[in-house]
Design a binder for this molecule. Sequence first.
Ligand SMILES: [Zn+2]
Ligand SMILES: [Zn+2]
Length: 425
Amino acid sequence: MPEPNSRPRKIQSVRGTHDLLPVEAARWHAAELTIRGVLARYGFGEVRTPVFEEADLFRRPLGEGSDVVAKELYEFTDKGGDRLALRPEGTAPVVRAFIEHSLHQQGGRHKLFYLGPIFRYDRPQKGRYRQHHQVGVEAFGNGAPSQDAEVMAAGDAVLASLGVTGYERRINTNGDPACRPAYETALRAWVAERKDRLCRDCAGPRLEHNVMRVLDCKVESCRTATADAPRLMDHLCPACRTHHDAVLSCLRTLGIEVVPDPRLVRGFDYYSRTCFEYVPHDAGQQGTLLGGGRYDGLVELLGGPATPAVGWGMGLERVLAAAPAAPSAAALTAYVLSTAPAAFGRALALAQALRRAGVACELGAEGKSLNSQLRASGTCGAAWAVFVGEGASPIGLKDLATHAQEDLPEAELLRRLAPPGAVIG
Ligand SMILES: [Zn+2]
Ligand SMILES: [Zn+2]
């Protein structure tokens, strides 16, 4: 029973989520426009998939041993009894859509990108959210090394367009089904002999299900214990060796510098050959801006025809945190004030005429004193204050940056503030 006269409980945002208020939302909007423009130039078309899918779409490729499935998947049974999940990453839904709409039968190359929220039941920490936003590209149907390089170049172009600099591009290869199984067997035997020096995750589930991920472990004792581990780079089959050399050669042609990183692995079987991460020079282990690679086995694993594919994903929160703060453009052009209560009706009509002419404007609230409206006009970020008096009196126009002021007829004011080519009236 609520206490008599008690106020309703204040409802807060869910832990690990965040709101974008107008100034920040405007910055996001500008960044998203920039990203969409860059990816269009690289030939990627946008795909928007639902935020929830059949849970199996994520369970099947990730496997039961994965941290994401074990701990982080937002999974639920809906009222019809279907097992659903909020998407914890962007690639599987795009692959699902690629297969479902038979894009492979429509000829040509298929290069898609997505931008939207993803969901992980993660321990919230700085820069990590339970709902965060990811942009990613997936290029289907082209197994050539130059496609890997082009995808990486598109990632660079996106970061450059946002003003993000000061990172290195780490690259490695994960081999393929021809050479990786033998390497994994050798690595498992090698790691098992050093099991007592590894963290619990590495000594347990990783050693058993995903031994290459032991090389990728961030725990210092695991890194020391595996410093001399056998490297896949030394066990590649000739086809993987040729592919990797050709990727590096394409990147040189494009002027993209990379750093070899033998510890960089993608632990799932559907990944093959190229993998890469873009990491800021000043970042800790958590600071990856962009991660991706080739996943030639995934389309088939999800029920489609064998299709080579390569892509990357980047977390928008993290990338925008690394981007210089862009000066925010004035959201408002004009703030319209009524100089007397009887002038409000005229101010209301003028604000409407300005908005119809394409001018972003705000109107001083009805019943507020001129002083109160003046204070509001000074803090709202508008470029101009527009003073409206009674009758057909001239309109006062004040430049809020220089404080220069003049009086104009109404029609002249509209022409002055409206963007070029606007239809006035
Ligand atoms: Zn470990
Ligand atoms: Zn191979």
